[in-house]
Design a protein around this ligand. Sequence first.
Ligand SMILES: C[S@@+](CC[C@H](N)C(=O)[O-])C[C@H]1O[C@@H](n2cnc3c(N)ncnc32)[C@H](O)[C@@H]1O
Length: 267
Amino acid sequence: MVSPADVKALQRATWAAGHWDAVAELVLEVGAVIVERTGVGSGMDVLDVGTGSGNAAIPAARAGARVTGSDLTPELFGDARARAATAGVEVEWVEADAEDLPFADGSFDRVLSTFGHMFAPRHAVAGAEMVRVCRPGGAIGTCTWTPEGFVGGMFKIMGSFLPPPPDFAQPPILWGTEDHVRECFAGLDCEFERRTVRWTFASPEEMADFYEANFGPTVMAKALLEPQGRWGELRERFLEHVREASAEQGRAVIDGEYLVTVARKPG
Ligand SMILES: C[S@@+](CC[C@H](N)C(=O)[O-])C[C@H]1O[C@@H](n2cnc3c(N)ncnc32)[C@H](O)[C@@H]1O
């Protein structure tokens, strides 16, 4: 029987594999978007859940907030610390599971997550934890890939090659649909916006190589599928997906769609 702890151990190994900090460069602008949309300001207490190398935490600290960056994968904090030092800001880095946040009720004015909390297996549990640690009158701000977007398609392709997850583990991409977010942040008033972030690579092959070297889930999938002789097929499906989605023939010019949620907690 696979337990939630087993799923999280695999998640931690997955995000520690590859080089998240290199991939984070592709989504850096999103951290600034959620900080701006949630009105993070001077003197606020802010939590970034699944912070990675500090994508939302660092712009929040730059806006003058007291910031905690939490993540299941403390292996990423070395890069997070280096980025914070370069930005000239202080952030407290705390190892924490989104499903069991080690903070008192109502500790934060803003609870943020860019593509982090969506990987916790039990969405209602993670959502309830984020609501719990948010102060009455505060807000939760999240950015999550949509099922219709490029990353939604990529997860679908990868999932079709991998063993099915246990029943309790919900697909991360569900967080990209408005109704699901409303259910997980029950009792909060949610506003939504769909945005895109653009990635440009010289060719689809260069993009595939970048993912194979740096993106933890791809690194792990390759390690599993290559010995079974199935990696080449997955890479080919990925290349087709990139060619179909690219805004330019020849190069890979991809607009990744994500859902921005601002959920306000009643005062
Ligand atoms: C796609 S990365 C996003 C990192 C960062 N927020 C960013 O935008 O660059 C996903 C992050 O979620 C973290 N994560 C996965 N499952 C988690 C969980 N149950 N609790 C907290 N963090 C988790 C991973 O360790 C990883 O840092």
